[in-house]
Design a protein around this ligand. Structure first.
Ligand code: SF4
Length: 443
């Protein structure tokens, strides 16, 4: 008997870990309804573009990608194309006018409804599912973890801050925290599934609070770190102002909390921070870094920086460069300011010319490259545990991440390691953005 050919799906993902997890949630639902992923977009019966709207460029990219898929629709009239993620929430129904090939638009808060929406869709119907329903579906049994190396767990969605440059509160809605018990059940389930590394996710992850209760993120970290089998625990993204001494203390208490923290500072100038509406000063940021390093001497920090924010003077920029030098970030995600619709910063005077912003960005990236190379060189000769994340080029090299989140490439010999396992690697060479090593010889 010949089985009918299963329908295939293809998902493209832009942006942050929250989007990566939403992709796993959508893939899981499609697989549960009998569809299979395809390695070739040409073969897909449904294409989902899971978009990011943090920068204008990312938004343009998703629409130009949609344009490229027009020919597939001509070859396969049954093909469904969906725009998902933050751009979907931001542009809503207008996406249907902008692209006649789109069949549906699905906002991030509606991801859990994908299967239901597809089941109910009438032939030819074009659907817009955006907004922030009271009841959001979050079914951990329909997340596809296949092909992933760490277990990501949403603990808080949305954001209640109003940083003047940021579109996230508009695309992800206001904060909603998941109950501690739900989170612990999911973590236990992930450990049972075989994940050694757990990553807690939220736009302002350290603002998590037990709904209607007393516990805060320090308690959550403590409880998750105690779950047997959690060998590595990470969390992203932390908001500097929300970090408390009790949270810092967890780094001291639990060695399985990775010695790595992404702490977006955005600028080294108090004047700019005020214009960005960040609600902290550089002095308080410095004190937080000191406290964190006192708790964990080997802590690697990374940060986000915006250059060319309206009104940024040479002096402000210099303060950012000074902070970068002083803190010694293990990595920096620096971007030119990108004006986003509906944000308060659009009304700020003193826009910075693009060529000046580009010049500052280049200077910052060069400075960071020098710092990163120096920090990475200090690791040469060390034996580090590397969580295997995939294969590198050339393919006989495997790739992974140290606990301090550095990328390491190493020859698969003597043993190719499975995805998500931990391999000891002796570091032999440092590049600014990665390390090269070898697995130690077993005597
Ligand atoms: S804290 Fe600020 S930058 Fe971060 S998501 Fe919220 S509004 Fe955006």
């Amino acid at each position: 008997m010949k089985l009918p050919k299963a329908k295939r799906f293809w998902i493209e993902t832009w942006g942050c870990q929250m989007n990566e997890l939403d992709t796993q949630r959508m893939a899981g639902q499609l697989m549960q309804s009998g569809m299979l992923p395809t390695r070739s977009v040409e073969d897909a019966d449904i294409i989902l573009l899971n978009s990011c709207s943090v920068r204008e460029k990312a938004e343009h990219k998703v629409f130009s990608q949609l344009g490229r898929y027009r020919r597939f629709k001509a070859d396969n009239p049954g093909l469904l194309i969906g725009l998902c993620g933050c751009v979907a929430q931001q542009v809503g129904e207008s996406a249907l006018d902008r692209n006649p090939d789109l069949d549906f638009v699905l906002g991030p808060a509606r991801v859990g409804e994908l299967s239901r929406i597809l089941d109910r869709r009438q032939p030819g119907e074009r659907i817009v599912a955006t907004g922030f329903p009271e009841e959001r579906l979050f079914d951990i049994d329909t997340i596809s973890r296949a092909g992933t190396y760490k277990g990501m767990v949403t603990v808080i969605e949305g954001c209640d801050k109003n940083c003047t440059f940021c579109i996230v509160p508009m695309t992800r809605g206001s904060e909603r925290c998941r109950p501690l018990e739900d989170i612990l059940i999911e973590v236990e389930h992930l450990v049972e599934y075989g994940f050694l590394e757990i990553e807690l996710l939220g736009q302002t992850v350290n603002h998590w609070r037990e709904p209607g209760g007393q516990w805060d993120f320090a308690d959550l970290l403590d409880r998750v770190a105690r779950v047997p089998g959690v060998e590595r625990l990470r969390f992203v993204t932390s908001y500097p102002r929300d970090f408390t001494p009790r949270m810092v203390e967890q780094f001291r208490r639990h060695p399985n909390i990775c010695p790595y923290l992404h702490l977006p500072v955005q600028s080294g100038s108090d004047r700019m921070l005020k214009r960005m509406g960040r609600g902290y000063t550089i002095d308080s940021f410095r004190r937080l870094v000191e406290a964190l390093r006192a708790a964990r001497a080997d802590l690697a920090l990374s940060t986000d920086l915006i250059v060319g924010f309206p009104g940024e003077t040479d002096g402000d920029f210099q303060e950012t460069a000074t902070l970068v030098e002083e803190v010694g970030f293990a990595s920096v995600y620096a971007f030119k300011y990108s004006p986003r619709p509906g944000t308060a910063a659009l009304n700020l005077p003193d826009a910075i010319p693009d060529d000046l912003a580009s010049e500052r960005l280049q200077k910052l990236l060069q400075l960071q490259e020098r710092i990163q190379r120096g920090l990475n060189e200090q690791l040469v000769g060390a034996e580090m545990d590397v969580l295997v994340t995939g294969w590198a080029e050339p393919p006989q090299l495997q790739s992974g991440r140290t606990a301090c989140h550095r990328i390491v490439h190493f020859p698969a010999e003597p043993d190719a390691r499975p995805l998500g396992s931990i391999a000891p690697v002796v570091i032999e060479k440092a590049n600014p953005h990665s390390l090269l090593g070898r697995q130690p010889t077993i005597r």
